[in-house]
Design a protein around this ligand. Structure first.
Ligand code: HEM
Length: 369
């Protein structure tokens, strides 16, 4: 077994076999991978060291001009810091960023965020209100600017720069040069931020700076993860807010959520409105599935829409934020934003709530992380 491989337990192998027989795993020729639609098997895959985030094949850099090759190499280094396999995935940089966005670290924003959501949504009464431009975008920028101590006059520019990062962090990385360029563009901004004294109260930035100062995490790790958190905090969250507010009512026939607490409601909305469509994993050991020998490195695509609607899942559970070693560290921020908006629109008459759906135009910008 090569060093990057990891053994698989007989229990998981049996579970994979059973899921295959039940049609919860099927080969998808077009995607050249195994599509996973069952909740339990998807969670088992995400929680097991025998699977990793997809690694990327080496690119022949010799054919590129040296400056471009150097940029690509740099982009890849930063990207690799994020795709490391478990159990290494529990390394300090993940712990640092999880702490930076933990509920107790970001909770101080809750009240002000509620007021900001109320202020922005007040405009929804008028003509020409656009849910993304006039609400989701400013609210997500507001939160990230505060958590990272970014000058409010600069946050729009940072948000624009964060869009192309989607290429850097997407599965497959079709455009490796584009990814490197995206990282190279935003890197000076992030480096300056990490070096600057905190403007006071920028909780996430302070957590990251303290970990760097103590030598717990390297500058490269901080850069890589900060870029990813900007993509999540600015682009993915925007989509989540728009998708939810434009589809506020539970579809007919499903259990309503009117008397659930806002946290439960938000969790239910996260389950229904998948923003990240699928999570990709690669097997780290040979598998015997479907009577065929599958070599290590096979792709598994976890179809979140179907997984979240699997009747066999436990009540209330979903994988919208992933699970296991790579579970989203930004989920508390996303939920806090949904809650802030939810509290405002909860008091609105149904017709006014419904009118929000009409204010959701097509989304511009990057695909989510
Ligand atoms: C509704 C909003 C969001 C959704 C649906 C979402 C979804 C996800 C999912 C599914 C993963 C797991 C990917 C995998 O296992 O391959 C993930 C990872 C991650 N997310 Fe999010 N996310 C959201 C918002 C955010 C925010 C606000 C941040 C940062 C502030 C963030 C930062 C991250 C990071 C850093 C990871 C990588 C964790 C790791 O590799 O260990 N996300 N997210």
């Amino acid at each position: 077994m090569r060093p990057e491989e990891a053994p698989i337990s007989s229990k998981l192998e049996a579970a994979l076999q059973a899921a295959l027989a039940a049609g919860e795993i099927a080969y998808d020729r077009e995607a050249d991978g195994w599509r996973v639609t069952g909740f339990r098997i998807a969670r088992a895959i995400l929680g097991d060291d025998a699977f990793r985030k997809p690694d990327f094949a080496p690119l022949a850099l010799d054919a590129l001009p040296p400056a471009l090759a150097a940029a690509v190499r740099r982009g890849e280094t930063l990207q690799r810091l994020w795709t490391v396999p478990p159990p290494e995935a529990a390394w300090p940089v993940r712990r640092t960023f999880a702490a930076a966005f933990a509920p107790r670290r970001i909770g101080y924003l809750r009240e002000a965020m509620g007021a900001e959501a109320e202020r922005l949504l007040a405009g929804a009464e008028g003509d020409g209100f656009d849910l993304d431009r006039d609400f989701a975008q400013p609210l997500t920028e507001w939160a990230i600017a505060r958590l990272y101590g970014i000058d409010p006059a600069e946050i729009g520019r940072v948000a624009q720069m964060s869009g192309p990062l989607a290429t850097a962090f997407s599965f497959g990385v079709r455009d490796r040069i584009g990814a490197a360029m995206a990282m190279a563009t935003i890197e000076p901004v992030l480096t300056a931020l990490l070096r600057a004294p905190s403007r006071g109260g920028a909780a996430a930035l302070e957590t990251v700076q303290a970990a760097m100062a103590s030598g717990e995490i390297s500058a490269d790790e901080a850069l890589s993860w900060m870029a990813l958190s900007l993509l999540g905090g600015l682009q993915t969250n925007r989509r989540f807010l728009v998708q939810w507010l434009s589809r506020p009512a539970p579809p007919e026939g499903e259990t309503g959520n009117s008397d659930a607490s806002w946290l439960q409601t938000a969790a239910e909305l996260a389950r229904r409105n998948v923003v990240v469509d699928s999570i990709a994993r690669q097997s780290r050991c040979p598998l015997a599935l479907d009577a065929a020998a599958i070599p290590a490195g096979a792709t598994f695509l976890l179809d979140l829409e179907r997984i979240n609607h699997d009747p066999a899942r436990a009540e209330g559970s979903h994988l919208s934020f992933g699970h296991g070693a790579h579970m989203c560290i930004g989920r508390h921020l996303a939920m806090m934003q949904i809650e802030s908006a939810g509290r405002v629109v909860a008091g609105w008459p149904a017709a006014r709530r419904a009118s929000l759906a009409l204010a959701a135009g097509p989304m511009s910008g990057a695909a989510p992380h």
